[in-house]
Ligand binder design. Sequence first.
Ligand code: PMP
Length: 367
Amino acid sequence: MVKTSLKDFKPYERETPIWKIAEEYGLKESQIIRMDTNVSPYLSTKWLKKLQSKLLEIEVNQYPDTSYRSLVEAISEYTSVKHYDRIIPVNGADEGIEIVCEAFLEPGGEVVISTPTYDYFRVSAEIHGGRIVNVERMEDFRDNVVEITSSISEKTNIVFLCNPNNPTGNSVRYDDLIEILENSKNSIVVVDEAYYEYSGKTFIELTESYDNLVIIRTLSKAFGLAGARIGYIITSKKTAGDINLVRPPNSLSTISVELAVIALRDIETVRKNVAKTIKERERMRELLRTIKGLEVYPSEANFILFKTLEWKPSEIYRKLLKRGVMIRNLENIPKLEKHLRVTISLPEHNNKFLKLLEKILKETPPS
Ligand code: PMP
């Protein structure tokens, strides 16, 4: 029997597998362009070749080094966080979110979430018995600091922020975070920086002055390693110690750790790919703005949020999918009932999406 607290629980809406879409829409898998998962379109075969040359030396019969020393060293160099005991590698940012909930959530404890945002904050908090306090963002999607700080009480265990935020694309403001930190002396403040490389804005430095600040990052986005499942937490020594109480001993694969180290030692490649994506993002945004019937939001990430003024998002979503372009329909998310999100992909894929969207919006919307 599933535990009582999961009776009315709404699980994470997992991204539909490509074979399922292909079956449903009568397409070949190769005809489908995924622009719904916010991953990088660039696959670094150079890193995979390097991994291949090392593969036969990897002792997969042994458990990984439980301190993930080589990975911690590479993360330390990349982030300039000198103290290894402030770095915790995790099996993707999602595991980071999970273990923070595990370590800090009391049964029935409150979790303040600046919404709309990444739904796994809610999911993980609920799984761990937390009570969600949603604080709606302002009209321009900025965090509502007044509401957030007044929602924080002695019952609050965790506050979740996202920088830049998925799916709205805007960053957390420095002054806003300081205000939240100053009002959260008894709770953990998580800033999810999954898309950090696209904005270049980080709050890592503040982990030196605020013990309760937890930064969660991933190699799934800018590094193009979503399948390898590597992320990391940066926090204070004290909070890292608390998280280490619950961290599973062996959740990262030895092979993925090797690949992550190779990637972290080749930041130049990551920088080049990020620059290409940012250039495409700005080009896409300009072109989207010329299409009638849309409102397009600025973005500091690798995706763009837009609002349809006449069409139902699900109609646009289906029409694009029929032609093999898959984006994210957000109409079931409160405050985003008229919105869609598209991941920046390769120029030719972006062009196909833009052309199809323009054509669809010239038709009369179904009544
Ligand atoms: N945080 C945010 C804000 C995300 O958008 C995602 C992926 N969609 C994740 C975390 C999950 O990252 P990972 O693949 O490292 O688990």
